[in-house]
Design a binder for this molecule. Structure first.
Ligand code: 5AD
Ligand code: SF4
Length: 487
């Protein structure tokens, strides 16, 4: 049977993303110390975005970037702790990197991100696999930690911060295509979903100064980028209260998420805007109306349900019930009729009964998700659930339920894609199709991948594509015209 661990219908949250990340070759004049670093990112988009901050900090120190691990003086893994499997993958990778180090004795190995935060100095002391350990809020201290490590001392900084947003750091874009970029708008999470380790690894929620967000988006557009994705663990709770008043609970909110979204959309109609992730308890009608008002804000909302059953949601500490979630879905469908909707779903959470599981399947049918990221529950040490509930659904049962959820999602995705045959969508051309080099791949506003013959079109153009065929993963079609925006 196919391994269902962390199985998703689309792409895997724990997937390693490397290679593409390493194609920014800094000008040789920037490489002052003749040293090179190599970085691999695991987990969520936030980690990927953080790697770009790290690249910026290191390039200011004179480091060049390399995509060849055998040429690296410094190897960094930006890690994820969300499920046990993600951590196992990193451990295995660290062991193989240590074998490379045997041939390159001066090479330093660093662990960044959530695993660094969760395991702190365990890597250095017990496992002796790494030279530096740096948590998500401590990347500014990388230069000093590297100096320590070069002098033979181990470098650790896992301090979490209530203020750090790296607002003033210009990320070095690691994605080579120059069309799509991620902008981090907030850090941390205050939600304390009982299954989730993120509040412990990424700390308290804080919003980034909107001036710096806007400046970053404008700069990207001027450099030719056509799409930005605003990132946060819970973007709907973005709030800017001014520099000083930031920590004060009662202070007046000067800018909320809907207003931030609008200001980014106004930069230029040719700049598409996406965002992730929304929280069902916080997503407002104001946000929905803002999406509906601007053609360049994509009609796509990732609204993780986690479970379709209210008692299970209560144990998950999600702060909404299934009726509330359905009401939010109804609001999305009435305000943005052609909105793509996706979800995260966990099967076999503590105490989940067969009836509760069936409610998740019913919820999926109610919403008709276009795609979902689906996981079986993996207990994380220190979380609310680990302390309060028994991880009592046997692994086989978790996997059986996951198979049902995945099978249903495949059906829903296929139905959703088949409904698009005969429709024409505006698509931003992003890259060459993986399956056929004569075809382009791009996405429509709803975040569906569309493949079509290249003809004479170019990456970065918007084209209108008529959908002719579909499967559960993608749409295929032909360009009927260049979208007006290019003219
Ligand atoms: N076990 C399984 N899945 C989890 N997620 C978060 N924590 C866990 C866990 N302990 C999933 C949630 C979340 C997504 C990013 O990962 O569905 O939305
Ligand atoms: Fe984790 Fe919940 Fe925060 Fe998402 S909203 S990061 S699932 S605690």
């Amino acid at each position: 049977m196919k391994d269902l661990l962390d199985y998703t219908s689309n792409k895997n949250h724990d997937e390693k993303r490397q290679g593409e990340a390493l194609n920014v070759i800094l000008q040789s004049s920037d490489i002052k110390n003749n040293k090179h670093f190599y970085i691999e990112s695991y987990g969520c988009q936030m980690n990927f975005s953080d790697s770009e901050i790290v690249a910026s900090i290191l390039s200011n120190q004179g480091y060049g970037i390399t995509s060849d691990i055998f040429k690296a003086d410094l190897v960094l893994l930006n890690t994820c702790s969300i499920r046990e499997k993600a951590e196992q993958t990193v451990r295995t990778r660290l062991r193989s990197i240590n074998e490379i180090k045997q041939q390159r004795p001066g090479m330093l190995i660093g662990v960044l991100g959530c695993m660094a935060e969760r395991l702190k100095s365990k890597f250095l002391e017990e496992e002796k696999l790494v030279d530096i350990v740096v948590g998500p809020d401590a990347y500014r201290s990388l230069p000093e930690l590297l100096e320590d490590a070069q002098d033979g001392q181990k470098g650790v900084n896992v301090l979490l911060s209530r203020e750090e947003t790296y607002a003033d750091i210009s990320p070095v874009r690691l994605d080579k295509n120059g069309i799509i970029a991620f902008i981090s708008i907030m850090r941390g999470c205050d939600n304390m979903c009982s299954f989730c380790v993120v509040p412990f690894t990424r700390g308290r929620e804080r919003s980034r100064d909107p001036k710096s967000i806007l400046a970053e988006a404008k700069d990207l557009f001027e450099k030719g980028y056509k799409e930005v994705t605003l990132l946060g663990q819970n973007v709907d709770s973005y709030k800017w209260k001014g520099e000083e008043k930031h920590q004060e609970k009662e202070a007046e909110v000067l800018l909320n998420f809907a207003q931030l979204l609008e200001s980014i959309a106004k930069i230029n109609p040719l700049l598409r805007v996406r965002f992730s992730t929304s929280h069902p308890k916080d997503i407002t009608d104001e946000v929905l109306h803002t999406i509906a008002k601007y053609e360049n804000i994509c009609n796509n909302i990732h609204l993780p349900v986690q479970s379709g059953n209210s008692a299970c949601l209560e144990r998950m500490n999600r702060n909404y019930d299934s009726a509330w979630y359905k009401e939010r879905i109804d609001a999305i469908k009435s305000i943005i009729p052609d909105c793509g909707i996706s979800s995260d779903i966990i099967t076999g959470f503590c105490g989940e009964t067969e009836e509760e599981h069936q409610d998740t399947l019913s919820m999926m049918k109610y919403v008709q998700y276009d795609y979902s990221y689906m996981f079986y529950y993996s207990e994380r040490p220190g979380t609310l659930a680990a302390r309060k509930y028994q991880d009592d659904v046997p692994e086989d049962e978790k996997k059986r339920r996951l198979t049902q959820v995945v099978d249903l999602q495949y059906q829903l995705s296929l139905q959703s894609n088949l409904r698009d045959i005969g429709k024409t969508f505006k698509v931003l051309i992003e890259k060459v199709s993986k399956k056929d080099t004569n075809e382009w791949a791009g996405r429509n506003s709803q975040n569906k991948t569309i493949i079509f013959p290249k003809e004479n079109y170019k990456i970065g153009q918007y084209v209108n594509v008529l959908v002719e065929t579909a499967n559960k993963a993608m749409l295929k079609g032909v360009v009927v015209s260049l979208a007006d925006d290019n003219l």
